[in-house]
Design a protein around this ligand. Structure first.
Ligand SMILES: Cc1cc2nc3c(=O)[nH]c(=O)nc-3n(C[C@H](O)[C@H](O)[C@H](O)COP(=O)(O)O)c2cc1C
Length: 170
């Protein structure tokens, strides 16, 4: 898939087909996260691939939208240590994983963590670690196909503030 198309066609997918994600696709998306650049190359993160349904269902209780995780074929929690740059770095890694997954036809959605204490206990986080985001993954249940529209059409359809409001070219 063309990289620009992937970037502008990325929409969140929250309902997933009841189909596993092939292992090589899981490996590719995890590597896309791990290889992401970070501030001073600190890599102050860990990627917890929640492959077990039982564990996903447990962690679902700690996020804002439990159904996103309950219906997912996979979820990846990014946990970080340190200051705000670690959250920025995690955002980069998260988007890279989601775009790599999209390239293999897999949809995804970021999930904010509502209950940090519960999350930390469930996943036995180490001292100083905190959740940055949990990403749910799965083949889309609906008909979401990036290739069926042009980048311009995806941009036109996106529910976003207008360029005149958010972009200044100085
Ligand atoms: C940091 C962050 C946290 C998010 N948390 C949630 C969440 O808890 N549940 C959810 O369904 N979507 C969550 N989202 C997805 C946003 O709602 C989504 O990116 C936005 O509405 C645009 O969606 P679209 O690209 O499909 O238009 C989150 C996104 C980000 C970047």
């Amino acid at each position: 898939m063309d990289a620009y198309l992937a970037v502008v066609a990325k929409r969140e997918v929250r309902t997933y087909a009841d189909r596993p994600i092939p292992d090589e696709v899981v490996e590719r998306l995890l590597e896309a996260g791990r290889v992401t650049g970070s501030s001073m190359n600190r890599q102050a993160w860990r990627f917890l691939a929640l492959e077990s349904r039982e564990i996903r269902d447990g962690v679902a209780e700690a996020v804002y939208a439990p159904d996103n995780l309950r219906g997912a074929a996979l979820a990846v929690a990014i946990v970080v240590t340190g200051g705000a740059t670690a959250d920025f770095d995690a955002g980069r890694a998260a988007q890279n994983m989601m775009l790599a997954a999209l390239n293999d036809g897999v949809g995804s959605c970021p999930n904010g963590v509502a209950d940090h204490d519960r999350f930390a206990a469930l996943l036995a986080l180490e001292e100083g670690e905190r959740p940055a985001i949990v990403i749910s993954f799965g083949f889309p249940a609906g008909d979401y196909r990036p290739e069926e529209r042009s980048p311009q059409e995806w941009i036109r359809r996106a529910r976003r503030k207008p360029a005149t409001e958010v972009i200044s070219r100085l």
